[in-house]
Design a protein around this ligand. Structure first.
Ligand SMILES: Nc1ncnc2c1ncn2[C@@H]1O[C@H](COP(=O)(O)OP(=O)(O)OP(=O)(O)O)[C@@H](O)[C@H]1O
Length: 619
């Protein structure tokens, strides 16, 4: 058999054994990983009863008997044929035609084999024909005997059968492995998810309840499995899903003292409802875990700071912008926010991120202005050790990587250098980045919100902005109205911010504030909300320093146009004393003073030098 197997490239292990040893040899082989056993009839019969793996019988076919008849023909007397299986009819026919006085003896085990041989001798048979099992007893009882051998064909047939069985065993094992893997995976999800899970069968009987379900819900009557769902939780509404087959998603329910968010989904197999699975979460715990995620993002400076609820404004224009922005928030498309400077574009970007389902993922801001192209690329892509454009040691994550899963806000995109624009267009298209000096391509899932106060279409037509990038960014567009388009919103801003600045003392200043706010009527606010906010801060400081309304108004530019012109203040009209006053009011904080005077720090420094204002301990 080994030779035939080798010829056919089949790996087998062979061993010779007497019947009594067969079982232990087979068990050892199974332990070594043998999957199928091939054995001769008698032994195969025994092994089939003792082993749990398939045993292939090398059955004796009529071919095996042919050689025996050479010998039998010479026998002068009755011949006994011993077999475990029924002896084939064509062997019987052969005996008949060759006038062999044949007797047939069958047995089932070793004892039976011995009894058969004895019986044959007793019946006067002078010759025996059979396998190795009866041979042993024939020799012992001195009965002439012919041992039947399997033909090559018998062995080939047995090997073929064994090979087929092996393939189906291996296939079965493979399927079983996959099944086990699925089961293990579901078991792990089931036990380690944060959700509580309860599954019932089609009769409403509980099949499984995970630990989380037990922790979250006030379940009764342990053990739950096998009980009707109503017995353990009367208020779940699972039976109604069982009846109507409709899934119910994202529903809030109060069970006992717990408020849960639940999904109830029917299990439908071949159109039949076979059961229902309910998953649910304790609302408090959702809030807590969201809180944890958000506070960790806050620690890293990667959380959005504003929500729509923080936005001041009741005008139609701003309410419309908020409505559009909210509808955009629930998509994943890129958004281009346009509007004049200081209108709140960045605030909208934060609020959109917070409203979206990316809210618990990072919000990363890149200001595209005042950047060298090299620095901007390094911030966007990150770099590997040795490739920092500034010679800094170590590697750094780029903004795209940092924002993975969340939102990347590209502030003042219209100011970005052209080569950065084409880099951005490539990344948006490929949805992957590679750090500078890196060889790993990193797939990214980032929603981009870009803002600009430029007219990008015009910039693109003049070659200052890449058309391709403009289209990639402006899948959705949002225009933020200027303050002068927002009716009386400036009054709301004044009210809110003066209240915030004065707190309980607001009433003391109310009259003066009202006069000043009245004076704002008709202003064009070219610097929009940022300008208004700075002016309110400045006025608050001056009011706290007991300046009269007249004095304050005299520090303000007269008329809308002048206010507009004063935007990039030259400080031309500021007197030495008003600058000193502002410095004092801001406790010598130069940035704050510049904001109060609505100018840049450098303009302020220049003017201070001009007016010979020297200050120590400037902050
Ligand atoms: N509706 C609003 N309610 C309250 N504060 C607002 C509102 N809109 C804008 N602000 C405030 O005004 C200031 C300017 O807003 P923001 O920076 O978002 O404007 P921007 O349009 O992005 O400015 P820039 O054009 O300079 O980039 C910020 O301090 C912001 O918090």
């Amino acid at each position: 058999m080994k030779t035939i197997a080798e010829e056919r490239g089949i790996g087998i292990e062979t061993c010779t054994a007497i019947l009594e040893e067969a079982e232990s040899i087979a068990i050892d082989a199974i332990k070594r990983g043998i999957k199928v056993i091939i054995s001769r009839s008698g032994m195969a019969f025994l092994l089939k009863q003792k082993c749990h793996i398939p045993v292939v019988d090398t059955k004796l076919t009529s071919g095996s008997y042919i050689n025996a008849f050479e010998k039998i023909r010479m026998v002068n007397g009755p011949v006994a044929f011993f077999s475990i299986d029924k002896i084939q009819d064509n062997v019987r026919s052969l005996c008949y035609f060759l006038h062999v006085d044949a007797n047939y003896y069958y047995f089932k085990d070793t004892e039976g084999a011995q009894a058969a041989v004895k019986q044959a001798i007793k019946d006067g048979n002078i010759f025996g024909v059979g396998g190795v099992l009866t041979k042993k007893f024939a020799e012992k009882l001195q009965l002439d005997y012919y041992t039947l051998e399997n033909t090559r064909e018998d062995i080939e047939t047995a090997l073929d059968t064994a090979q087929q069985i092996l393939q189906s065993v291996l296939e079965g094992e493979r399927r079983n492995h996959i099944l086990q893997l699925h089961l293990k995976r579901y078991e792990t999800i089931f036990n380690y998810t944060h959700d509580g899970i309860i599954a019932i069968d089609k009769k409403g009987k509980v099949e499984v309840v995970n630990k989380q379900a037990d922790d979250i819900l006030p379940l009764k009557n342990k053990p739950y499995e096998g009980r009707h769902i109503e017995e353990i939780l009367p208020e779940t509404k699972l039976p109604s899903v069982l009846q109507n087959g409709n899934k119910e998603l994202d529903e809030l329910m109060k069970i006992g003292n717990v408020i849960i968010n639940t999904n109830r989904v029917p299990i439908i197999v071949d159109g039949e409802i076979e059961g229902v699975v309910a998953t649910f979460r304790d609302i408090e715990s959702i809030k807590n875990s969201e809180q944890k995620i958000r506070s960790s993002l806050h620690r890293k400076g990667l959380a959005s700071r504003y929500r729509f609820a923080d936005m001041i404004g009741e005008s139609r224009a701003i309410r419309r912008a908020i409505r559009i922005a909210k509808s955009y928030a629930h998509t994943n498309s890129n958004i281009l926010i346009s509007g004049e400077i200081g209108t709140g574009k960045e605030m909208f970007a934060h609020a959109i991120h917070h409203e979206s389902n990316r809210r618990n993922k990072p919000f990363v801001t890149i200001n595209c202005t005042n950047y060298s192209s090299q620095a901007l690329q390094a911030d966007l892509l990150g770099y590997e050790n040795g490739f920092s454009p500034f010679g800094i040691k170590g590697s750094k994550e780029g903004a795209f990587e940092l924002a993975h899963g969340g939102t990347l806000f590209l502030d003042k995109i219209g100011d970005s250098p052209l080569e950065v624009q084409s880099l951005l267009a490539r990344i948006i298209d490929a949805k992957e980045v590679r750090r500078i000096g890196g060889d790993k391509v990193i797939p990214i899932d980032v929603r981009i919100i870009a803002s600009t106060s430029h007219n990008l279409t015009k910039d693109a037509s003049q070659g200052h902005f890449l058309e391709e990038l403009m289209y990639s960014l402006s899948v959705l567009t949002l225009h933020i109205p200027s303050l002068h388009e927002r009716d009386m919103d400036y009054v709301l801003f004044c009210d809110t911010w003066f209240h915030r600045n004065f707190g309980a003392d607001y009433v003391l200043y109310k009259k003066k504030i009202d006069i000043i706010v009245h004076y704002f009527q008709g202003y064009e606010w070219k610097g929009n909300i940022r300008q208004l906010s700075n002016i309110i801060e400045r006025i608050s400081v001056l009011l706290k320093n007991d300046m009269t309304v007249e004095e304050i108004i005299s520090t303000l530019p007269h008329g809308g146009n002048e206010l507009i012109r004063n935007q990039n203040v030259t400080l031309g009209k500021w007197t030495r004393s008003s600058i000193v006053e502002a410095l004092t009011a801001s406790h010598l904080n130069i940035s704050r003073t510049a904001r109060m005077l609505n100018c840049s720090r450098s303009t302020l420094y220049k003017k201070m030098k001009e007016l010979n204002i020297k200050v120590n301990n400037i902050r």
